[in-house]
Structures are given as C-alpha cells and as structure tokens.
Design a protein around this ligand. Structure first.
Ligand code: SAH
Ligand code: SF4
Length: 373
C-alpha cells in the first residue's frame, strides 16, 4: 500500500500563516491601502497606525478602541511583528545590549543607554556592513543584508516596550551595525515613521544618523523633507590614513566629503558632529589635532573624540589618557566644541564598533579607565 503523502495539513497551515501581512514598518498611507478591502471608515487606519507606533501594541486583542468583530477580521489577515529579542546583556553602567534575530537567522543589535534626562537608543540598519573599516568589529562580518524599515523602526519599539519608555524621552542614534546611507530608502522610511505626528512623533532634532562618508547619500539626505542630525565618522586627517582605515575614502576622499558637508543645510543652532576614533600611533598626534581643526574650519560643528574600543579582532590600540587629553586640548584651544565620548556598555560588547551579534556578554578587552571627569 502507498502511504498518503504526509505534507498536506501541516503545509496548508504553514501557508495560511505565511499569508498574514506584517504591518510593522508600514506608513499610514500603506495601512489605509492594506485595510481598504475591509470596508471600514478611513480613520481606522489612523487608529491602527497610532496603536502600532504610539501605543506599542503588537497583538490585535490589545486594540481596545476597535470593535471585537473588526479585530477578528484583522487577525485573519494581518500581524504586527516587532523583531524578536533573543537576548539582553546588561552592563554594570546600566547600558543594555539587545540581540535580535531576523530572518534568515541573522543577529542584529541595538543598545539602550539610560541617561538622566533622556534615554538614548542606538539602532542597526544592516546585518553586518560592507564598508569594512579596519577598527570596527561589525565591518569584519561583511554585509549580510539590509534591514527593512520595519526591522529598523521595530528595534526602537521593541526596546520601548521592554523598558516602558515614552518616545518623547528618547534620543535615537543610527549608529549601530551597518552603514545607514547604504540602505538609504529603508532608513529614510524608518526616520519618517519615527517623526510622524500620528505615531512616535520624535523630533528630527533628536535623531542622529552617522555615516562613514557616503557623499552621494549625504547630498540626497540634504534634500529630504525630514532631516536628522548628521554625524560624520571622519577618523583621520590625511587621505593616506583614512584610505587605510575606511576603504570608501578612496571613492569619496576627505576633501570631497567635507565639500559635501559644507553644502548640507543646517537649521539655526544645528551642527554637524564629527566623530573621531582615536587610535594609538595612527591618528592621535598633535599634528593630527591641528590638521583636524584646520580641515573643519568654518563648519558649524562639534567633535566627538572616541577612544578606540579595543578588541581581540582588531589590530589596533587605544591611546593613553595623556595622549587623548593632549589631543582634546589642542581642539579646545582653537575654540572647538569637543567631547570625549565615554565608553558605555563596554563590558557587554555594546560600545561603538563592538556590535557583531555576539552571544557572549563581553570581549575580553576594554579601554583603560579614564580620569575622573
Ligand atoms: N556605519 C556608520 C555608523 C555605525 S558605526 C559609521 O561608520 O558612521 C558608529 C560609530 O562607531 C562610528 O563613528 C565609528 O567610527 C565608531 N566605531 C567603529 N568601531 C569603533 C571602535 N572599535 N572603537 C570606537 N569607535 C568605533
Ligand atoms: Fe561599517 Fe560604520 Fe563599522 Fe565602518 S565603522 S565597518 S561603516 S559599521
């Protein structure tokens, strides 16, 4: 006797589940379009939109402002999926590193940094990164894939749900895994969702996008209706050093990058942040500090000095604190606003450049303890 093929029932269930449309990452207009077949009044889309992005709902049962019948209809066709949190690593300084898993089995990360007045959420835009900077652990992974707008904005919503934090308490920094301007459309859509008045309603002034210097992307960003703060990972003052550290410098060198920055529109009291990872013997000399001040002359700016977060994967060292403070002083003497970025969450691999989807809490390297500041 020939056995019945055994796949029918489970496969049908599987297909039925697959057919559900995930509304996470959809705009208000797209939600209107998606539910148009339900013959509901137009304001329903706005209620659903507010539920997803403002009230952080991700189960139809919790949409108490919609009738039970409508909820049942929605359940049959749609889901709202936050990216699933696989693990959370909590640092002794309170920083939390969230490890998510997105299909097909890619690990991505976000970091929640609690602060007095506002909390900062650092989100990823790609699984891995193609730029391959010499000093960055994410770059060692290569690019696995771009994240969708839903996966990008979903990181913020998932962290908010986990911490019970209101959107208005948040600063968003797009500085996690990936080069945001290499995933331009999805990142821009996520920014529009974050700033939309009917949803998260986060001011663009509270959002900072950091780029390794993709000049055409910066020019495109300059023409958007919603423009976040711009941070440029400069990290060197000569093309020969920058070519070595950030390979895309061969395409858009320091002069081309800064020319683009000079054309970037800045509203009143807004500035471009220049990030400068300090690496012993590579870019940390007094001449570098002076060249940096010269290069950025005339730009509305602030400089963030980031002492290299060392890691066994990276063949580079962190400068001594004396060297870091000497570098800072040269800039301060030139009347430049400069901060030395405290390393947060370094004991759980949550610090800048350390995001690699690691499932263990920490790398066995950290920057040397700094002086009391
Ligand atoms: N791809 C974007 C944003 C993610 S990287 C960019 O490069 O700007 C975020 C920041 O971490 C960048 O300023 C980068 O220069 C910095 N960074 C990367 N690796 C680092 C490390 N090992 N130590 C300190 N900062 C690092
Ligand atoms: Fe990519 Fe930024 Fe890391 Fe460079 S520093 S490899 S651009 S994530």
């Amino acid at each position: 006797m020939v056995a019945e093929p055994e796949l029918q029932v489970p496969q049908m269930i599987h297909f039925a589940a697959m057919a559900l449309v995930n509304l996470m990452g959809r705009s208000l207009e797209e939600i209107e379009e998606a539910i148009s077949g339900l013959n509901e009044p137009k304001y329903r889309a706005r209620q659903i939109y507010a539920g997803i992005y403002r009230r952080l709902l991700h189960s139809w049962d919790h949409f108490t402002d919609l009738g039970k019948q409508l909820r049942e209809k929605l359940k049959e066709q749609f889901t709202i999926e936050h990216p699933p949190i696989r693990q959370v690593f909590v640092s002794r300084d309170g920083t939390r590193r969230y490890l998510f898993e997105v299909p097909p089995g890619q690990k991505i990360e976000s970091v929640f940094i609690p602060e007095d007045r506002r909390d900062t959420v650092c989100i990823s835009t790609q699984a891995g990164c193609a730029v391959g900077c010499l000093f960055c652990v994410t770059g060692k992974l290569g690019l696995r894939r771009n994240l969708t707008s839903g996966e990008i904005v979903g990181q913020v919503l998932a962290l908010q749900s986990d911490r019970g934090t209101a959107a208005k308490r948040l600063n968003i920094v797009i500085m996690g895994m990936g080069e945001p301007l290499n995933n331009y459309d999805n990142v821009m859509k996520a920014i529009r969702l974050m700033t939309h008045k009917d949803g998260m309603s986060i001011s663009p002034r509270r959002i900072t996008l950091s780029t390794s210097g993709v000049a055409p992307g910066i020019r495109r960003l300059a023409k958007e209706e919603v423009i976040p703060n711009l941070a440029i990972s400069l990290n060197a003052t000569t093309d020969s050093v920058r070519d070595m550290l950030i390979p895309i410098n061969r395409k858009w060198n320091i002069a081309a990058l800064l020319e683009t920055c000079r054309g970037f529109p800045l509203e009143q009291r807004r500035r471009i942040t220049f990030e400068y990872v300090l690496i012993e013997g590579v870019n940390d000399s007094p001449e570098d500090a002076r060249r940096l001040a010269d290069l950025l002359q005339g730009l509305k700016k602030k400089i963030n000095l980031i002492p290299l977060n060392a890691d066994p994967w990276i063949p580079l060292k962190t400068p001594s604190w004396d060297r870091i403070l000497d570098f800072e002083k040269i800039l301060v003497d030139r009347c430049i606003t400069v901060n030395i970025r405290r390393s947060r969450g370094d004991d759980v691999s949550a610090a800048c450049g350390m995001l690699a989807g690691r499932e263990e809490p920490a790398a066995d390297a950290a920057i040397p303890p700094g002086p009391a500041r």
